[in-house]
Structure formats: structure tokens, C-alpha cells
Design a protein around this ligand. Structure first.
Ligand SMILES: Cc1ncc(C[n+]2csc(CCO)c2C)c(N)n1
Length: 218
């Protein structure tokens, strides 16, 4: 595909599954202003488990990065996760009086998501990790931008959506996208196809993760 960047190709090849995720009922319920509070509570407990996993994933990316420029950026991402994101969960779980033990943290869809993402990071090359996180972040940025102008009553949900629709988060997703596009010339066709499959696998895991927020038999 001449004239098409690798990220464009990946997004194009995975358009159907990407659309299914950005239109997941978790996002359309938020947009319509009727996400049940209990679903958001369960989601927050699951998300805090994932942010912890995300620290391991970005730590592996930092270890596998070839140059100090990439390491420096990724250390900034890690700092944000450890200090801003974890702090959001601590504040929000306390404000909502959420007891994590009252939700099923052993839900197989949450385990599959965290273990699947970590597996890509452990076994994959630097770019596999970059593509997996691009899949997760580009997807969040896409639906959060759409939903950010909706009338949402819950202030902690407003804050969560705003965090993923803002410029700082967009810059992070765009950095990942640039890494993919700049590497393209050095890749062979098999590597490009493998990376596109990683993007698709992450969307499948994401859909199951967001199904799980609705409870055991969602
Ligand atoms: C289930 C789930 N999938 C994707 C994101 C998007 N996201 C926001 S921050 C971050 C880690 C690195 O900054 C990622 C991947 C999320 N929050 N939860």
C-alpha cells in the first residue's frame, strides 16, 4: 500500500473490531448519561488492576527501547502512571467508598486482559509493546473525544473521560503512533502483518474487559 503509513494500514485492517470497541455499550451508556453507578464502580476496581499492569508493560518497553530519547519519554509515562493515575484511583475509590473486595477481581475477562497485555510485553519486541499500547490508547482517545461533550452527572466519570480526551493524553497516543510510522521502513511484510494482528488482539481483549464491567454474566 504505497503512500499509506503503517498506523493507517493497521487502523484500516482492524476497522470493524476497532469500531465495535469504540461503540461498546460502556461508551454509549456514558454518552447517553445512563451508565449505572455500580458498573462504573466495578470498572474502577478493574481499571486500577490494569494501571498496575500498565506500569509493568511500560517498564518492559523502557527496557527494550534502543535509544535514550525513547527511554526518557517512557519514563515520563511511567511517572504519570505511578503518580497521577494511581492517585486518581486512590482518591476516587475513597470518595465513592468502594470496597474492591466486593467485586470479582478473578473475572476471567480481566485476567485474560491483564495477562494477554503482559504476555505481548514479555514475549514481544519493543514495537509489539508500542502497538499494543497504541491500540489501547488510540481507542480510548477516540471514544473519549466523542463522549467528552455529553451531559454526564457523575463528577468522577466526567473527570475520567476528560483525562482521556485532553491534549496530554492525545500527545501520548500520537507519540506511540509516530514510533510505529517511523519504524515502518525498517520492517518486512511479516513484521507488519504481525503488528496489525497485535492491534486486533488487543481490541478483542478490550471488548471482553468492558463487558466484564457489567458483572459476571454480562
Ligand atoms: C482497559 C483500558 N484500556 C485502555 C485504556 C487507555 N489507557 C489510558 S492510560 C493507559 C496506560 C498508559 O498511559 C491506557 C492504556 C485504559 N485506561 N483502560
Amino acid at each position: 500500500m504505497a503512500g499509506v503509513t503503517l498506523s493507517e494500514r493497521i487502523l484500516r485492517e482492524n476497522e470493524a473490531i476497532f469500531e465495535a470497541m469504540v461503540r461498546h455499550r460502556f461508551t454509549t451508556d456514558i454518552e447517553a448519561g445512563h451508565l449505572p453507578g455500580e458498573v462504573f464502580d466495578r470498572y474502577l476496581v478493574y481499571e486500577s488492576a490494569f494501571v498496575d499492569t500498565a506500569i509493568s508493560i511500560f517498564a518492559l518497553a523502557t527496557a527494550k527501547a534502543g535509544r535514550i530519547e525513547e527511554k526518557r519519554w517512557l519514563i515520563g509515562v511511567l511517572d504519570d502512571l505511578a503518580n497521577q493515575q494511581i492517585a486518581y484511583f486512590e482518591r476516587t475509590l475513597a470518595a465513592r467508598a468502594i470496597d474492591p473486595a466486593s467485586f470479582n477481581l478473578a473475572d476471567p475477562r480481566i485476567e485474560a486482559f491483564c495477562a494477554g497485555m503482559l504476555d505481548i510485553a514479555e514475549k514481544g519486541a519493543f514495537l509489539d509493546i508500542i502497538v499494543a499500547m497504541f491500540a489501547a490508547e488510540w481507542m480510548y482517545w477516540t471514544w473519549s473525544k466523542r463522549v467528552a461533550t455529553a451531559a454526564i452527572a457523575d463528577p468522577q466519570l466526567v473527570e475520567w473521560v476528560a483525562m482521556h480526551a485532553d491534549d496530554t493524553f492525545a500527545k501520548q497516543a500520537e507519540w506511540l503512533r509516530r514510533q510505529i510510522d517511523e519504524a515502518n521502513a525498517r520492517l518486512d511484510e511479516a513484521a507488519r502483518a504481525r503488528l496489525s494482528a497485535v492491534f486486533g488482539r488487543v481490541q478483542v481483549l478490550e471488548i471482553a474487559f468492558h463487558d466484564a464491567a457489567y458483572g459476571d454474566d454480562a
